[in-house]
Write a protein that binds this ligand. Structure first.
Ligand SMILES: Nc1ncnc2c1ncn2[C@@H]1O[C@H](COP(=O)(O)OP(=O)(O)O)[C@@H](O)[C@H]1O
Ligand SMILES: [Mg+2]
Length: 325
């Protein structure tokens, strides 16, 4: 009899800011993996040594990491210059993992790098400038949208993120540098509706499922944007879009191919002033809070089954498992 394959879930302090969620979420993922017939165990690691020790303590056929890099930081992603990347270590140890390659993961965590890679491949992204190294004076489009280059969950996003003139732009770039110690990504403001597209599995078994993000009108302030206070509190809901379906699928397909994404990513996009969709970011480790996170919500919109969460996790793990056979 062959042994049941064992999936090791790697997480740590950064699990919520960087990855699918906190320890409670990780335990839900573990249960769903076991319900799909795989073995599963959790390894908590703040650094490379702790991960290696944890991996050696039991079976490990494939790793699924909530962390892009090791950290002791819980509040923000805040990529340090000397980050040790989980996927780099796993490549070195020759241990397969769920999700995109190390190179892709590094490109996804910095939104500017993601845009550059997509633009090169002809995928539609907003105009974008990274400040620094660029200066506010280099921005020649208004309104502009100013956000941290490497965060998640709308950290650093408020109505002040929309800059109508040079003075507002400079103030917001300074805010991102001072409060989040990183460069500001300045984009053309995309005023239209917001979509997020779940990309699951690989090759001919890849599913591309678009969702439109909705928020009750009274929660918006000056702009229809997902401010940080609207995220993670049950105020965003997903519906099956009745518009832009084919465009969203095609854009997500182009982005996944250009960036060589695997197994599970989620791609955020919005309508520009010309009505066409542009990609805001590609999430390399999408949230997996049961019911609340967007991937489980979208999956449930398209799969009328008793336990869509377990089915979603099963699809990710089985896709990755097939990929490495
Ligand atoms: N160029 C833009 N124009 C308008 N709104 C934007 C733009 N970029 C981001 N946003 C808003 O800010 C939110 C967070 O931005 P996003 O790039 O998805 O980062 P994250 O979700 O990682 O915090 C989006 O969901 C969207 O509402
Ligand atoms: Mg986003």
């Amino acid at each position: 009899m062959t042994k049941t394959p064992c999936v090791v879930l790697v997480t740590g302090a950064g699990g919520d800011a960087q990855g699918w969620g906190n320890m409670d979420v990780t335990k839900c993922v573990e249960k769903a993996i076991k319900d799909n017939g795989f073995d599963c165990r959790i390894v908590l690691a703040e650094n490379r040594q702790e991960m290696e020790k944890g991996l050696q303590e039991g079976f490990c056929d494939i790793v699924w990491s909530a962390l892009y890099f090791f950290t002791t930081r819980e509040d923000i992603i805040g990529i340090p210059p000397d980050a040790v990347w989980v996927a780099d270590v796993l490549d070195e140890l020759k241990i397969p993992y769920i999700g995109p390659s190390a190179a892709t993961m590094k490109a996804l965590i910095g939104k500017f790098d993601t845009h550059e890679a997509m633009e090169k491949a002809g995928v539609r992204v907003p105009k974008h400038i990274l400040c620094p190294p660029a200066k506010a004076q280099d921005v020649d489009f208004f309104p502009a949208f100013v956000k941290p280059n490497g965060e998640s969950r709308s950290i650093g996003i408020s109505d002040k993120s929309v800059a109508q003139n040079m003075e507002e732009l400079k103030a917001q770039i300074r805010f991102i540098q001072d409060e989040l110690q990183q460069s500001a990504l300045v984009e053309e403001y995309l005023p239209g509706r917001e979509y997020t597209v779940l990309v699951l599995g690989n090759g001919k078994n890849r599913e591309i499922l678009p969702g439109e993000v909705t928020v009750a009108e009274e929660h918006f302030g000056k702009y229809h944007i997902l401010r940080s206070d609207l995220r993670g509190v049950g105020l965003t809901h997903l519906i099956r879009p009745d518009d832009h379906m084919e465009e969203a699928i095609s854009l997500a397909e182009q982005a996944s191919d250009a960036l060589q994404c695997f197994d599970h990513v989620r791609i955020d996009m919005r309508e520009g002033s010309d009505g066409k969709l542009r990609i805001m970011e590609v999430n390399g480790i999408p949230g997996l809070k049961p019911v609340k996170s967007w991937s489980p919500q979208i999956y449930a919109l398209y799969h009328d089954c008793e336990d869509p969460y377990t089915a979603l996790i099963g699809k990710v793990v089985k896709s990755a498992w097939e990929k490495i056979q």
